[in-house]
Design a protein around this ligand. Structure first.
Ligand code: HEC
Length: 289
């Protein structure tokens, strides 16, 4: 008796679930969700080349990818000369830059000459004061707090960029597309289709930003904005690739170790398979005909 009731209750439960599922599916078919402005852009404009985002084509991509040290140094230069005016990289220490190929005296000089100093209270009075950065310091914050950041940036907080390539879908390709190829003229038909997408004052149209209107003024405006010392031509495209590479490194400085460990594990498994096969042959040698 109890079993029959339990089975009935179960059947009723499944029936209700099936009904709900069928209702949702048929609703979806009858009235498909309206296209959003971002989908319109993805479907009909430059942003739609290939799979939406452009490919930064970094040396670190792929399972065996390695960082291109010179590119990382160029990316750091773009960060230092352009992005660091608004964005911090608080998870990175100056001494981590040794990983990009800088010698210890160079790291020391970079830390020492960094424009924003470290907060450090006066040892006698305890009053707020600053001191020069040391290699062991983390990169200092650009704004003391979010209120100061908002006051300087049209009520928006420029996010910390240390792990932005992990935090955004598309990672390095997103950063490359956003700053290198995102700021284009808004298509007139888009406005006709979605009048409320008109860019408000103080924002900028960017075809790779989720809401299409971003609070960041175009950071890479023209070729030659930074002067590279390794002979690479500083086009907007190149600078965008280089900063994407640098921000990939800040988010995952140990990427190469991970790739090497993965390769070692695959080799180990291959050898192990071979040994296991050999042992199998050996054990069954006398039994098989
Ligand atoms: C003048 C200040 C300023 C400069 C310089 C600047 N940014 Fe920004 N950035 C902002 C602000 C403000 C936001 C937040 C925008 C928003 O939420 O609408 C932002 C947001 C971003 C985002 C996050 C977008 C998202 O998906 O949320 C990335 C990535 C970014 N900036 C990269 C860069 C890079 C790379 C540089 C240097 C080449 C740079 N920024 C230079 C002000 C700046």
């Amino acid at each position: 008796m109890v079993r029959a009731i339990a089975a009935l209750v179960g059947a009723a439960f499944v029936f209700v679930l099936a009904l709900a599922l069928f209702g949702t599916v048929s609703d979806r078919i009858k009235t498909p969700p309206a296209e959003t402005a971002a989908e319109w852009v993805q479907g009909r404009t430059e942003a739609a080349t290939g799979t939406h985002l452009l490919n930064a084509d970094l040396a670190s991509a792929g399972v065996l990818g390695k960082y291109d040290r010179r590119q990382l140094q160029r990316g750091f230069q773009v960060y230092k000369e352009v992005c660091s005016a608004c964005h911090s990289i608080r998870l990175v220490s100056f001494r981590d830059l040794a990983d990009l190929g800088y010698k210890p005296p160079e790291v020391k000089a970079i830390a020492n000459q960094w424009q924003i100093e470290q907060p450090s209270p006066n040892p006698d009075t305890g009053e707020a004061a600053t001191r020069k950065n040391l290699p062991s310091d983390h990169f200092p914050l650009v704004f003391a707090n979010d209120i100061a950041a908002k006051a300087a940036n049209n009520n928006l907080v420029p996010p910390d960029l240390s792990d932005i390539t992990k935090a955004r879908h598309g990672g390095a390709n997103y950063v490359y597309s956003l700053v290198g190829h995102g700021y284009v003229k808004q298509p007139a038909e888009l406005l006709k289709e979605f009048p409320d997408i008109a860019t408000p004052k103080g924002l900028y149209y960017n075809q790779y930003f989720a809401s299409l209107n971003i609070g960041m003024p175009p950071p890479l405006k023209s070729d030659g904005q930074v002067q590279y010392t390794d002979g690479t031509k500083p086009t907007v495209d190149q600078m965008a690739k280089d900063i994407a590479a640098f921000l990939t490194w800040t988010a995952e400085p140990k990427l190469e170790n991970r790739h090497a460990a993965g390769l070692a594990a695959m080799v180990f498994i291959a050898i192990f398979c071979f040994l296991a096969w050999g042992a199998y042959q050996n054990v069954w040698r006398d039994i098989k005909h």
